[in-house]
Design a protein around this ligand. Sequence first.
Ligand code: DQA
Length: 140
Amino acid sequence: MKLLVINGVNLGMTGRREKGVYGAQTLDEINEEIRAFCAEKGHTVDFFRSDLEGEVCRAIHGAQGKYDGIALNAGAFTHYSYAIRDAIASVSVPVVEVHMSNVHAREEFRKKSVLTEVCRGEVLGFGKNSYKLALESFWL
Ligand code: DQA
């Protein structure tokens, strides 16, 4: 399978921000682990990251016909971006929503996702392994 991981706003700060919540590894280090995990199972994975909402939308549009699945951690966009929600709804490639932290055990505003309804499923609370579990769902 050809899979895509998309990270949205502030995820590029992983390893440098709120280490108690998101861990001390950088996103590049996490991505390398994810790449090895997928390669072991015979799958390829590409990575896209942006702090800009429209760029995340474009990455989703561009995945149509090119990827078999997307693991999307939209960061704070999750909680309010109708644009990203509509982008997900506009493609047939399945999207699994990802969060490293358990958003339900945190601030009230994080409990609401405007994306979940248009996603195939959701994986949250397992740190960097949330990405691996989300990707695994495409080949299980
Ligand atoms: C996050 C949770 C979001 O609420 C937050 O805004 C993030 C990261 C997570 O991976 O746990 O930036 O998506």
